[in-house]
Each structure stands twice: as C-alpha cells, then as structure tokens.
Design a protein around this ligand. Structure first.
Ligand SMILES: Cc1cc2nc3c(=O)[nH]c(=O)nc-3n(C[C@H](O)[C@H](O)[C@H](O)COP(=O)(O)O)c2cc1C
Length: 445
C-alpha cells in the first residue's frame, strides 16, 4: 500500500512512495491530464484509499481485471475478478462514487459471448466512464489471435465507450492499422501495449521512426526522470526485439545503471550510424507525399573498394531480408515498382510493405540495385537488419550463408543451403514478374 506522496523538486515529479522508500508510481505535471493510474485490487475500501491518494495527479483511475499472472490472481486481483462479478460491482461503485475523476476498468473476454456481454452490462451500470476489452480469454496467451468478434458484440451491447485491446501481434503493424483494428472491433478507440513497446512511433500518423531514434529519445526521458534501470533495460530490450541477442542487446542486459545503459546504447547506435554513413550519404528520413525516402545506395563494395571488401555478401541481399521479415511478421510480400528516367537511364524503385511505401531518393544503375536500395530504406526505417557484412546477426536469414566466401563459393550444410536457396529463388521469381516502365510511371511486381 502506498503511504506517502512526495513532491520531488529536483526531478519535478510527484512520487508515491512505499514505506521502504521504493518509488511505486512517479508522475509529473505534464502528464496529469493524460495518465490513467491502473490498480490491481480485490478490496473496495483499499481501492478507494489508493484512488483518493492519486486522484489529484492523474486523469483517471482504472481497475485491472485482466492480468492472468499468479501474483495477481492468487490475491483475488486481475483476471480472478472476472469470476466474481459482485466484487467487481462493489469495487467499481465505490470508486465511481468516491472520486472526482473518471473510473474505468480493463477486462478479458469470458468463454461465451453471453457471459461477456452480461458482465460488461453489469460493469456499465456501475457508472464507469469506459471499459477496455482485451479480446482474449484468461487462459489464452499473447500469441493467440485476438477475438475481434467478441469485442464488436460487446461494443454493440453497451453505450459506454469500449476500448479494443489485443491487436499488437497480428493486426497492428502500422499507424493506419490502428483504425483498421478499431473498425474491425467496432470499438470507440484502441489500446496498444506491445506494438507501442516495440516502437512507440506507431502512434504517429507521419510514419514510423527508426527504432534507434526511439531508443535514444526514450533514454533521454528515462534518465531525465531517473527511471529504474531494470525497467529502462527491459523497455530498450523490447525495442530491440529479435536483435536482443545482438552485441548491443547483450551489453544492455549487462548494464546496471541508467548511465551505463546510456553509454552502451549511444556507443553502439553511433557506431551503427557511422557505418551507415560511411558512403558519405546523410541518412535522413524525408516524407515525399506518402513515400518514406532516404538517400541510400546499394553498393556491393562501397567501404573498402581498394581491397574489394564488399558491404553486402554476394548471396545475401536486403530484399531477401525484407522478404523474410515480411513472412515472419505475416504481412504481404514486399511489392516493388520501378521507373527508369530518360536522361541517364537511372532506375528508382518504391517498395510497398504493410501498406507503407519506401524509396531511396538516389537513382541506381540497374533495376535490381534500385529495388535493393528501396528494401534498405524500408529495413532501416523498421529497424530490421539488412544483411550487411559485420552487421549484428538477426537470425532472419541463415548465418552460415553470410559467412560464405566473397567469391561466391559458399560452403554450408544442405538444410541451411536449401533455406537460403529457397529465399533466393523466391526473390528471383518475384523479380521475374517485375516489369520496368520508362519515365513517369511505376510498374508493379
Ligand atoms: C510487459 C507487459 C506488461 C503488461 N502489464 C499490464 C498491466 O500492468 N496491466 C494491464 O491491464 N495489462 C498489462 N499488460 C497486458 C496489455 O495491456 C495487453 O492487454 C496485452 O499485451 C494485449 O495487448 P497488445 O496486443 O496491444 O499487446 C501487459 C503486457 C505486457 C506485454
């Protein structure tokens, strides 16, 4: 139980501190009208005491009725409340009548639609301002598909706002998908957890930011507000996703303080930026209408031309990485459209991935290279490895392949070889379907 509110003058925060001095909740004036304080509770009186403690510093209070973890359920909190509607009613009524800010709750769906609707109608009658519905059953894991049909039926059955939740893994890849999910669930709005943890710029309609920029920005806030180092590490590792076992991920996990975390992150990100810019190109993201552009070139031997060092190994290409990534993320196969201009017969490609378009602003000598450059832009924006020599291994495309000799001869086991050859074949067959048009129009592949 929180016992003390502490205005921390140095950080300009409001801290809610436990008897052992641990900061249980930290907020600040700037977020006062935006932050919803969520509590896990199984007791109406204690819930009200806590709600009154925070009500001057937050926009609303929410009761967690969806957490399936034992540490919640064994005390009758979280998803355990779902099987005790009387308790739910008592807690919510107490809060609604006892505080001056809106009260909401977050539930999971119940095994039948009828039970779910009847529970939400009971919740509505307590006077709550909204209900968030995580479209999974208590025993379903985050990898299971979300039941949009349940959320839709609930939204139809009540008149309070219903917030749809649970779409991060299979439905919400881009900002535009948020609205698609909202409509599919017939909800008033959408709540995102994992998609926001992976790259919070998913909320920006101006397109995603490279995950490196998000990490740096996040770190500034973590340090500014003296966030707990364990939590900072956790959040940064979530942003790294499948790169969490990379050298940066490993160094991050070993770091103990926010300062150490900052130094390893900045060092690694700077090294990455240096490598990206070693061709003398400024890697700046510019929106050209709906197309995200960057000045990048696909050059096989850009860094050390003299000793014929290749930036990309001969059989690993950014296109392959993008294809593999799109499969892993279960989005449509990348679609390339290429134009050729008259004055120097240069080529430029746009790649469409998850309904977003990416292009290099530089023109290439061949159609193949133009497509690779577009794939690089997309991969860099998404923060996904692109297959360059020396790049942290992502495991997206077989590692042994990458270590193949630069003269093209590759020694590896049959199974792995098949895997990469399959990828190559697919990339080639996709390329065969390509058409190139001259001058103004982009053709589809
Ligand atoms: C690391 C992590 C922490 C979470 N903590 C909470 C929590 O404190 N309260 C809560 O209601 N849900 C919590 N959740 C569940 C999410 O709010 C959400 O219901 C779930 O991840 C499904 O939404 P998504 O598909 O957008 O991720 C947490 C999820 C994750 C991954």
């Amino acid at each position: 139980m929180l016992v003390c509110v502490f205005i921390y003058c140095v950080l300009e925060t409001v801290d809610f501190v436990a008897p052992d001095d641990r900061v249980m909740f930290r907020t600040c004036e700037r977020e006062k009208d935006r932050v919803v304080f969520q509590m896990g509770t199984a007791d109406p009186d204690r819930a009200l005491t806590v709600a009154r403690l925070v009500e001057k510093d937050v926009a609303a209070v929410d009761v967690n009725m969806g957490c399936p973890k034992e540490y919640s359920t064994k005390g009758g909190m979280g998803a355990a409340l779902l099987s005790d509607p009387d308790k739910i009613e008592a807690i919510l009524k107490k809060l609604v009548t006892g505080v001056s800010i809106p009260v909401t709750c977050k539930i999971r769906i119940l095994p039948s639609l009828e039970e779910t609707i009847s529970l939400v109608q009971r919740i509505e009658n307590t006077g709550v301002a909204a209900v968030a519905v995580h479209g999974r059953l208590k025993d379903e894991r985050p990898r299971h598909p979300v039941h949009c049909d349940y959320i839709r039926a609930v939204a139809r059955a009540v008149s309070i706002p219903v917030i749809a939740n649970g779409g991060s893994l299979d439905l919400v890849k881009t900002n535009a998908d948020i609205e698609v999910f909202r409509k599919a669930a017939g909800a008033s709005s959408v709540m995102l957890a994992r998609a926001a943890m992976w790259n919070v710029s998913v909320f920006s309609s101006r397109g995603p930011l490279p995950v490196e920029s998000v990490m740096e920005e996040y770190l500034k806030y973590a340090i500014r507000y003296d966030n707990h180092a364990f939590n900072t590490k956790y959040c940064l590792c979530q942003m790294l996703r499948d790169k969490v076992e990379s050298p940066l991920g490993k160094q991050l996990q070993a770091a103990q303080t926010n300062t150490e975390i900052r130094s390893v992150t900045q060092e690694r990100l700077q090294a990455r930026r240096d490598a990206l810019q070693s061709g003398g190109q400024e890697e700046q993201l510019v929106m050209d209408g709906d197309v995200t552009t960057m000045a990048v070139k696909f050059e096989r031997s850009v860094i050390f031309k003299i000793i014929n060092w290749r930036e990309y190994p001969p059989h690993i290409t950014p296109k392959m990485f993008l294809l593999e990534w799109s499969r892993k993320e279960k989005v449509e196969q990348p679609l390339y459209q290429t134009v050729q201009r008259a004055q120097d017969r240069g080529f430029q490609s746009i790649v469409t991935v998850a309904k977003k378009q990416y292009r290099s602003s530089l023109w290439e000598k061949s159609k193949k290279f133009a497509e690779q450059a577009a794939a690089i832009v997309c991969l860099r924006v998404l923060g996904v490895p692109e297959g360059r020599i020396g790049e942290e291994d992502s495991g997206l495309v077989c590692k042994r392949k990458r270590e193949g000799k630069t003269n093209g001869a590759v020694e590896e086991e049959g199974s792995k070889k098949r895997h990469v050859i399959d990828l190559q074949r697919e990339a080639e067959s996709a390329a065969k379907g390509d058409q190139t048009v001259n001058a103004s129009g982009y053709s589809n592949s």
